[in-house]
Write a new protein. Structure first.
Ligand code: G6P
Ligand code: ZN
Length: 543
């Protein structure tokens, strides 16, 4: 077991994005690519000497190889212990929990979240800090700096470690503890939710379908929903993680989880449906004939939080990313608690959660979570919904109708234009940015602009500032349009257009969102010339 030093040179394009470094799998498989980035992580965190880290991921293609490389590099640089999920599997929230509960120095998560996997798919490496959350800008920028000046990395030459057997082994002087990926997480869920009530719900004939999308949550959902709570066998579908996610796209939205949507709209469909993404941090909630948007979902959780034992004492505050609809703000106002607006990216919630300012957080991109971990958590959101339904004993559709009657409805949709030429996308954003100051008072496709600005965030806890976080325009008619370029895409640019309109008339909260938003959609196009510039007559994805 020799430690060798390998000569290398900086590789361009290793800047961590919204959520770690995400690239085509083949890029990660190129010589030195992974090794350089891992060495840069060690440098960015001030060395790994004497540290304990958690390691795991969503099981996508190349994770098994990457895990071995990371273990050999950790051992070569003097890490004292690595806690690894069996077969290198750990859902992102379970990894976050392990990092926290075992008092470690952080962890590495191997995932590209909801992006497809496989040799032609995507791969990703993300570093989380000791609080269990994605590394903040201050750390990722150090990692990026390190990628630009690397000349060497250290690695141990040795056989693969057997990650299929639970227990402790060692690699040189480093200990490796292989743990059951599910056990600790399941225990945490049992502390938060009323498992007796949930057992009674399923015993009473409540039918559910959970689509794990061939990704990491399968084993978690089976253990918790079927084995512990007594949901009927077969409740969890596509429950075995596969390296290419069954050649699918493990993104829980109405398009990629179409089978589930169809089941929920069939005559004898289940009472409740849910799905999670590649690494288990995203969720989709759907009732019978009733899709719940992520923005509405977090608002419903906040409004009903005290029904759940873990939140019975109420919420300290809530937070949402800026493009997420303002449905949550309306609930916060009624509850008389703070509602924070942060840039896109779960890492921005970390300080608010650590400081006890926010208890629940949510994002339009299907992320919901709380201070129980420092990542969004798909299965947690599903259990939260189940706990609410078990208490309120009404169908999802009725619950939503009741919510909108009480708080008004924020009609909401996101239109994505994917793989757009980067220059075209940048020009569209630059041109709009240049006109922001002139827009207030102007009429655009029948809507009058009220405010227009570029979002910047001042973190109230550490005082850091994040600039250029999206262009936003509100209208006097109650509309809001946000334009952003995605920070997670791996091909060209993805333009995201977030559309929202508030409706407080209780007799008008039941319309089709695309129709209710039609004037806002027209204004978005008129503001930017989106269709003409991108040459697309319609978005690639509508959520
Ligand atoms: C990841 C992050 C989220 C973010 C989402 C979309 O899932 O964890 O926090 O909202 O990506 O980011 P994007 O930059 O692609 O809009
Ligand atoms: Zn994810």
């Amino acid at each position: 077991m020799d430690i060798i030093t390998v000569d290398t040179a900086p590789i361009a394009g290793q800047k961590p994005g919204t959520s770690g470094l995400r690239k085509k799998t083949r890029t990660f498989m190129e010589p030195h690519f992974l090794e350089n980035f891992v060495q840069a992580i060690w440098q960015g965190i001030g060395g790994v000497q004497g540290k304990t880290l958690v390691l795991g991921g969503d099981g996508r293609y190349f994770s098994d190889r990457a895990a071995q490389v990371i273990l050999r590099m950790a051992a070569a640089s003097g890490a004292s212990r690595m806690i690894v999920g069996q077969n290198a599997l750990l859902s992102t929230p379970a990894a976050s929990h392990l990092i926290r509960s075992r008092g470690t120095d952080g962890g590495i998560i191997l995932s590209a979240s909801h992006n497809p996997g496989g040799p032609d798919g995507d791969f990703g490496v993300k570093f989380n800090t000791a609080n269990g959350g994605p590394a903040p800008e201050s750390v990722t920028s150090k990692i990026f700096e390190a990628t630009k000046s690397l000349t060497q990395y250290r690695i141990m030459e040795t056989q693969d470690v057997d990650l299929s057997a639970l227990g402790t082994t060692s690699l040189g002087r480093m200990e490796i503890e292989v743990v059951d990926p599910v056990a600790d997480y399941a225990e945490l869920m049992a502390q938060i939710f009323d498992f007796d009530k949930l057992r009674a719900l399923f015993a009473g004939g409540f039918r559910m379908r959970f689509d794990a999308m061939h990704a990491v949550t399968g084993p978690y959902a089976k253990a918790i929903l079927e084995d512990t709570l007594g949901a009927a066998p077969g409740t969890v579908v596509n429950g075995t993680p596969s390296p290419d996610f069954g050649e699918g796209h493990p993104d829980p939205n109405p398009i990629w989880a179409k089978d589930l949507m169809d089941a929920m709209h069939s005559a004898d469909g289940p009472d409740f449906g849910a799905a999670s993404d590649g690494d288990g941090d995203r969720n989709m909630i759907v009732g019978r004939n009733c899709y719940v948007t992520p923005s509405d979902s977090v608002a419903v959780l906040a409004a009903n939080a005290t029904l759940v034992p873990g939140y019975a004492d109420g919420l300290a505050g809530v937070a949402r990313s800026m493009p997420t609809s303002r449905a949550l703000d309306r609930v916060a106002e009624k509850l008389d608690i703070d509602c924070y607006e942060t840039p896109t990216g779960w890492k921005f919630f970390g300080n608010l959660l650590d400081a006890g300012r926010a208890t629940l957080c949510g994002e339009e991109s299907a992320g919901t979570g709380s201070d129980h971990v420092r990542e969004k958590d798909g299965l947690w959101a599903v259990l939260f919904w189940l706990n609410i339904l078990a208490e309120r004993k009404i169908p999802v559709a009725e619950l939503m109708a009741d919510h909108w009657k009480t708080y008004g409805r924020n009609y909401y949709s996101r239109h994505d234009y994917e793989a757009v030429d980067t220059d075209v996308a940048n020009a569209l954003m630059d041109d709009l940015r240049a006109r922001l100051a002139d827009l207030p008072g102007q009429e655009v496709a029948g809507q009058t602009v009220e405010t227009a600005d570029e979002f910047a965030y001042d973190d109230p806890v550490d005082g850091s500032r994040a600039e250029a976080q999206g262009l936003r325009v509100t209208t006097r008619e109650g509309g809001r349009i946000v334009f952003r370029l995605s920070g997670t895409g791996t091909e060209g640019a993805t333009i995201r257009v977030y559309l929202e309109r508030v409706e407080t008339d209780p007799t008008a909260v039941d319309d089709d969102p695309q129709e209710a938003l039609a004037p806002v959609i027209r204004a978005a196009d008129a503001l930017t010339g989106l269709a003409e510039r991108t040459g697309r007559s319609r978005p690639d994805v509508i959520t």
